[in-house]
Design a protein. Structure first.
Length: 290
């Protein structure tokens, strides 16, 4: 049995045409279905899916980034292997194309979980990661029409992520973001923090998207897993976490997948771009529908 769910961020605004994003998310799911059918490990699949989302320039992650208030492009990412609970992450990474690949290298080639800023960039260079040459030509500033541009004093958001269950019963999750629009230099949200933006264990895989400060305060990803461990269904657990985030004033959503192939994708924003593969082979894509 295999299953997968991914998201392209919870900033979708009603009245905007997301047909390009919907078609691309379906393309990613179809590509990952072929990988899962061929026996690929869940960890490989979530990284490959996230790379496709980063490289598309359609979402506020990877190539879709906008600069911070100082004009720099700072990217965050994390991933987690549910079988071993190994995790890797980077925060405020500058100059490199795929932060999720750097996060995986942190997990596999260092004793650490998270590298940030200049140290993350030095490590990426040492690992031979693909650098970005002409940044203004590379970045697409995605999400300009999304519900990502807040009134003064409020936070905005944009993220991509993927959770997968492979044929061996292994779960994994990955998340990547360019962070909020108009963010202060050095700002870090929930995406690169295991337990807040990303989580995977033997029961559940989770990727969050939204106003990261609130997802940190709710430890949203691991709270979902703990709730399932305490006996709630995946749908109940995921919704309770989004209710918790909303109760503090935050907005966004999360995607979750359990070891039985059940999926959940609650959100309290206008919409959330998402797509999934069920154990029966059905592929679904949604932006606004619940």
């Amino acid at each position: 049995m295999t299953a997968l769910i991914l998201h392209g961020g919870a900033g979708a605004r009603r009245g905007t045409d997301y047909s390009r994003e919907a078609a691309h998310m379906r393309e990613v799911v179809e590509a990952m279905k072929a990988r899962l059918d061929a026996g690929a490990p869940a960890l490989d699949v979530v990284v490959e899916a996230t790379v496709m989302l980063e490289d598309s320039g359609l979402y506020v992650a990877g190539r879709g980034a906008s600069p911070n208030l100082a004009g720099a492009y700072e990217l965050d990412a994390s991933l987690m292997d549910g079988t071993t609970r190994e995790a890797g992450a980077v925060a405020a990474l500058q100059g490199f194309r795929n932060p999720v690949r750097v996060a995986r290298a942190v997990m596999q080639h260092t004793p650490h979980v998270l590298l940030a800023g200049e140290g993350a960039a030095l490590f990426a260079a040492e690992q031979g990661m693909e650098a970005i040459g002409d940044e203004p030509a590379w970045f697409t500033h995605a999400g300009q029409t999304d519900d990502n541009h807040p009134p003064k004093g409020k936070l905005s958001h944009g993220t991509v992520g993927c959770c997968a269950l492979d044929s061996a019963g292994r779960l994994a999750a990955a998340t990547s973001t360019a962070g909020v629009f108009g963010k202060l230099p050095g700002r870090v949200g929930d995406t690169p923090i295991p337990g807040a933006g990303t989580w995977a264990d033997e029961r559940v895989a989770v990727s969050s998207t939204g106003t990261g400060e609130y997802f940190i305060r709710a430890v949203a990803a691991v709270q979902t897993a703990w709730r399932v461990g305490a006996g709630q269904s995946l749908a109940e657990a995921a919704q309770a976490v989004i209710d918790d985030v909303g109760g503090m004033g935050g907005d966004g959503g999360l995607i979750a997948l359990d070891r039985d192939g059940n999926i959940a994708h609650p959100f309290n924003s206008q919409g959330m771009k998402r797509a999934w593969l069920t154990p029966s082979g059905e592929i679904g894509v949604e932006v606004f529908g619940r």
